[in-house]
Design a binder for this molecule. Sequence first.
Ligand SMILES: Cc1cc2nc3c(=O)[nH]c(=O)nc-3n(C[C@H](O)[C@H](O)[C@H](O)COP(=O)(O)OP(=O)(O)OC[C@H]3O[C@@H](n4cnc5c(N)ncnc54)[C@H](O)[C@@H]3O)c2cc1C
Length: 552
Amino acid sequence: MKLPLIIIVDDDIQVLRAIQRDVRNEYHENYRIVATDSANEALDLIKELKLKNESVALFISDQRMPEMEGVAFLEKARELFPDTKRVLLTAYSDIEAAIRAINTVKLDYYLLKPWNPPEEKLFPVISDLLDDWQALYKPDHEGIRIIGFQWSPESHRLKEFLSGNLVPYLWMNVEENKEADKYITSAKLSYSELPLVVLKDGAVLSRPELPDLAERVGLQQKPLSEMYDVLIIGAGPAGLAASVYGSCEGLKTLLVERTNPGGQASSSARIENYLGFPSGLSGAELTRRAITQTTRFGTEILTPKEVKTICVKDGYKLTKMTDGTIVHSKTIIIATGVSYTKLDLEGIEKFTGAGIYYGSAAIEAHACKNEAIYIVGGGNSACQAAMYMSKFAKEVNIVIRRDGLNLTAANYLVENISKTPNIKILSNTEVAAVAGDKVLEEITLKNVSTGEVKKLPARALFIYIGARPGTSWVNGVMKNERGYILTGRELMKEKLFPTKWKLEREPYMCETSVPGIFVAGDVRFGALTGISSAVGEGAMAIRFTRKYLQEI
Ligand SMILES: Cc1cc2nc3c(=O)[nH]c(=O)nc-3n(C[C@H](O)[C@H](O)[C@H](O)COP(=O)(O)OP(=O)(O)OC[C@H]3O[C@@H](n4cnc5c(N)ncnc54)[C@H](O)[C@@H]3O)c2cc1C
C-alpha cells in the first residue's frame, strides 16, 4: 500500500525548502512529502491524486502567495479531500486572516513563521494532527472505479464485463454517492460522458469499448503462440472444463470468449445440483474457481474476442475473430452454448440493461433492494433467480403463461418458492408492453385466459424464456434446422454425411462433420443441457482431441 501524502505549498523557495526539510526528516518513514511553490500546480496535483485514489493526510500552505491566498487554496483542496488536515503558515501580520480561516475552511492550525526549533514549535503540532487523521482514516479502495447512473445499460455492460473477468472494481452510482462527483470534476468531464472507468493509475476512460477496457486492465488480447494444439471457442462450463483438461494434459490450449467467462452458468445465483457442493455455489464462484484452475495449468484466455469464421487449410484450422485476430490450431472445440431468447415486444431494446435484463439477476440484485420486481419464465433458471432476488427485493413476481410451475421447474425449486412469502406467481399471464422514458418505468400484464390488462410500475424485469444456439457463423459443419451442431452417430443418420466425411474411421462421439473440429455442451445436438453435462462433455471432447492429434 502507498504511504499517505503531506503536501506543502509556499511561493518563497527558501521557506519551502526549510519546511520541506524539517517535515521530511521527521515523517518520511510514514508519509510521502511533496512540496511546490505554486498553488495552481498544487491544485492540479490534488486532482490527479483524487483520480489515483491517493490519500492526503496534511496540507501545509503559506497564506501570502501571488496566485491565490493560502486560505483560498485550502478551501479548494478541501472540496476534493475534506478529511485532510489543514495548516496555514502565517507571518505575525496575518494572524487575523488565519483566525477567520478557522471557521471558513475549518482550519486545523495556524503556524507562525519561523517555527524554530521544530522539535518544540512544529513537530508536536503536526504529529498531533497526523495522529488525529490516522485515527479516522480508512484506506480508500485502491482499484478500479466505475462511475455512472444505476439504470444505465452502458454501466451495466462495464460492470458485467469486469466482474465476469474477475477484475475487482468499486461501483459508484452518481445519484447516491457524493464522492462520485469529485472524480467527474477532477477528470474535467460531465454527466453526459458517463459511465467513466477510473483506472488504478488515475487514467480515466469515458464510455470505453470492451476491447479497450480489457487491454487497459491487463486482460490478454493477442495469442502468444503461432500454433495451438486446441482452440476452444466459448468459455462457459463446457469450454472451461475442456481448457482445464486440455492444458492439464499438456496440450497447448487457447480459450476465446466473446464477453466474459462463465457462460449462462455465470448468471446462476445458486447451483444446487453440481457434484461436491452440497449447499450449492453461485455461477460466479464456479467460474472464478475454473478460471483460476485453468490459468494455473497454462491455458491462455482471450476476452472479449468473438469468433467470426473458421476454416481448414491443409488440415490445420484457421480461426478469425471479429477484430481481425487470426489463430492457427490443430483442433477446435466449439463450446458456444446457447443465448437467451429475447422477449418480442415493441421498443423493448431501449430498456435492455436499463431495467430489462436477460439472466443478470446476481449483478443487479442490490439495486433492486426494496423494489417490486418481475421475472418472466417458469423454468429452473427463472425460479433460481426468483429465490435469489427474494433476499433483496420487496416483492418478486414470477410471470408465466401456464397455470403454475409444476411442469416447468424442478421439484425442489417449486417447493422453496412456495415457502418464500415475498414471491408471488402470476400464472396465465404474459408481459404485453413495456414503457418508460430513459429506463423501464412501467409494464403491462395481460391475463391470457380472461384478456384482462393491468399497468404496473416496474423498475426491473428479468427474462428467462429459453435459449437458442447462435451458430450462423459456423460454416462447413453439419447442423440441424435450429442451428444445433451434429456430431458422432447423429451425423451418420444424415443423407449428406457420405458426401462430407471422407475418413475411413467413423466420427468420434463429439466430432463434427469436419475431422478435428469437436463440439461440447449445450450447442451440441442431443446434449443433455446443464452444468454437469457441459463439464463432462468438455472433458470428453479433450479425450477425442488427443486421439485425433495422435492420428495426424
Ligand atoms: C440463469 C441460469 C441458471 C442456470 N442454473 C443451472 C443450474 O443450477 N444447474 C444446471 O445444471 N444448469 C443450470 N443452467 C444451465 C447451464 O448454465 C447451461 O446448461 C450451461 O451453462 C451450458 O454450458 P455451455 O458451456 O455449453 O454453454 P454456455 O454456458 O452457454 O457458454 C457458452 C459461451 O460461449 C460464448 N460464445 C458464444 N458464441 C461465441 C463466439 N462466436 N465467439 C466466442 N465466444 C462465444 C458465450 O459468450 C458463452 O460464454 C442455468 C442456466 C441459466 C441461464
